[in-house]
Design a protein around this ligand. Sequence first.
Ligand code: PEP
Ligand code: MN
Length: 359
Amino acid sequence: MEFSSILLPGIEDKRPFVISGPCSAETEEQVMATAIDLANRGIKVFRAGVWKPRTKPGGFEGVGSPALKWLQRVKRETGMYTAVEVATEKHVYEALKYGVDMLWIGARTTANPFAVQEIADTLRGTDIPVLIKNPVNPDLELWIGALERLYNVGITRLGAIHRGFSSSDKSIYRNMPQWHIPIELQRRFPELPVICDPSHMGGRRDMIFKLSQQAMDLNFYGLIIESHCTPDEAWSDKDQQITPKTLAEILSSLVIREKGQTTEDLSALRQQIDEIDNQMLELLSKRMRVSREIGQYKLEHDMAVLQTRRYDDILTDRARQASRLGMSEEFVVKILEATHEESVRQQLEIMEKAGKNNR
Ligand code: PEP
Ligand code: MN
């Protein structure tokens, strides 16, 4: 896929590209008050949810099409671009009819290929920019699949929004960042603008700054942050919305480090990392060789591949060692589990081959 480098014309190509506005468009007054305040503080793209996907029926499900007229007024009176979430063919028609400048696909929708295809088919022949939020589940291929569906109908102004992944585990996040997933997306598509949504990720006002700074340090292109003229009275997501004033304070406190600046020192350190990685790989392959020898021994003595007690002892012992070496036990257990899995696979291979030879 090749992406157009400009999402919206006339916006300075300087990180972060910022989108802000309320979770939901509630009333004309709330939309206008928030938009005017944001525009006065230099925000160029206004977001508002017009149709809201809610977990349970009966909550505020958005004002629907009438709110699109308020967004037209935002455009006319502040000069800001406008962006809304679309989930169905009807949403797309309505948004285009009212001249919305940018669309985004929400996390629940990205998880459903039928819905994404319906949106893509409706957009064929237009060239509106579209941002695709990650699916609720941590599935990079599903996320890329959604980008491809839009790309295949001719949309090239595409971007991704990382809003975190839902999890049944208790966590400080509303949605877990799992940063390695957007980092891998970025590695595969270096030209794709990736925007972070710290509002839905943290779910709380006091987490927005830290998550935004982390996103900037990871070279994200932009931020989409929910703001509201009176956040405490918001009809949806009130715990995570901030005033335009707080938003401006957060943005001005962010430290934006220049990308791609490799100093001499850094390249020397990177060389060291390369060397250590090589050593690690060699050590791992040595370990596998020994483990294959064990496999051979087990075969000859008619022993089962998996010796649970031994594996348990290894895990407990190494985890204890890990914390003495300043690493988290969790991290070391992960590495050991992956290593053990490969060992077992190699030993099973030995058994299988022997089985075939005996037949
Ligand atoms: C939103 O942006 O208001 C929204 C509903 O987000 P998500 O799709 O990430 O849950
Ligand atoms: Mn929201």
